[in-house]
Write a protein that binds this ligand. Structure first.
Ligand code: GLU
Length: 303
């Protein structure tokens, strides 16, 4: 059997130290450090007697649990600890705040990992009650799902190896191998002829990061907030270029026709932005990987 470089290295690590989590696991950690779960985790006051004319919420109330779609391999944003199965990060905190205002405690949240390429399908077919996972609001997606927000605005950037001095911005990726993931807006952007990049398309960002570390691609593109998390995990090997070239307003995705739920989630976001839960969560998660705090504008838009 022929082993790849990473697999061989992991086999050695396993034999020496039996540190299974260091070599992958369900959450798809990106390489040699399983960090990312060591962030702020808050508790939020759970509302009682919530009555909203929302079919999605009524179903959740009957089941006494709410299903929330999230990411699992984005440290500081949506990260599932491979050892404990616990989710953590800024998007997880946002999900907990919303769930609390809808009447669900953290224990009643059923977090489901949903990657970018299946978000619309999962939401539209009721596979999740709502979705919080670095999800850019745009008109194309609004044809299939509803959005509450924006609760944060990121921008597409580039993650490169620390010793790479050639990639100085999106104008310098001509002929370079750039990895991103299927169903994401930064992939659509970098595929435009004007950049002249050679794209590699994966299912998870952590797979792109592995490719970058082993030299099979030259850069990874997605939102700066996500890339900063990977760079923080491997500051000795990776860096973010720091020239954002798109605007990615993050929304909470939900059933397109459930207007009552959309209004309730919008109000929940406004409530926690105003009472400082949002800022506290931000500073304890995203703030730790180097994203500067910017207070979101309220009132949030309604449509
Ligand atoms: N925010 C971008 C998007 O929604 C990229 C991050 C992601 O794939 O979740 O496509």
């Amino acid at each position: 059997m022929r082993m790849g470089k990473t697999a061989a290295a992991c086999a050695v690590v396993l034999a020496l130290a039996a540190t299974a989590t260091a070599c992958g696991g369900e959450a798809g950690t990106a390489g040699d450090k399983p960090a990312g779960g060591d962030v702020f985790s808050g508790t939020y006051k759970v509302a009682s007697d919530v009555t909203i004319d929302s079919p999605v919420l009524k179903k959740a109330q009957k089941a006494k649990k709410i299903t929330v779609g999230v990411k699992a391999d984005q440290p500081f944003l949506g990260f599932k600890d491979p050892a404990t199965g616990t989710y953590s990060g800024f998007d997880i905190e946002i999900a907990k705040m919303i769930a609390a205002d809808l009447g669900f405690s953290e224990k009643q949240i059923d977090f489901q990992t949903v990657d970018s390429n299946v978000r619309e399908t999962k939401i539209a077919h009721g596979g999740v009650d709502f979705y919080v996972g670095t999800y850019t609001i745009n008109d194309e997606r609004k044809k299939q799902v509803g959005f509450a927000g924006p609760y944060y605005t990121a921008g597409a950037d580039l993650l490169v190896r620390k010793d790479d001095k050639a990639i100085t911005g999106p104008e310098a990726v001509k002929g370079k191998k750039v990895c991103s993931i299927v169903g994401s807006t930064p992939l659509q952007e970098i595929k435009k002829d004007k950049y002249g990049a050679e794209t590699t398309e994966m299912g998870k960002y952590s797979e792109c990061v592995k490719n970058l570390l082993d030299g099979s691609v030259d850069a990874v593109t997605t939102d700066d907030a996500i890339l900063k998390g990977y760079a923080a995990q491997r500051s000795e090997k990776l860096r973010v270029v720091g020239k954002p070239f798109t605007k990615e307003p993050y929304g909470v995705g939900l059933n397109k026709d459930d207007k009552a739920l959309r209004e309730a989630i919008t109000k929940a976001l406004e409530n926690h932005i105003k009472n400082s839960d949002y800022q506290k969560a931000y500073e304890g998660t995203l703030g730790k990987s180097g994203s500067k705090y910017v207070a979101p504008q309220t009132p949030l838009p309604r449509y």
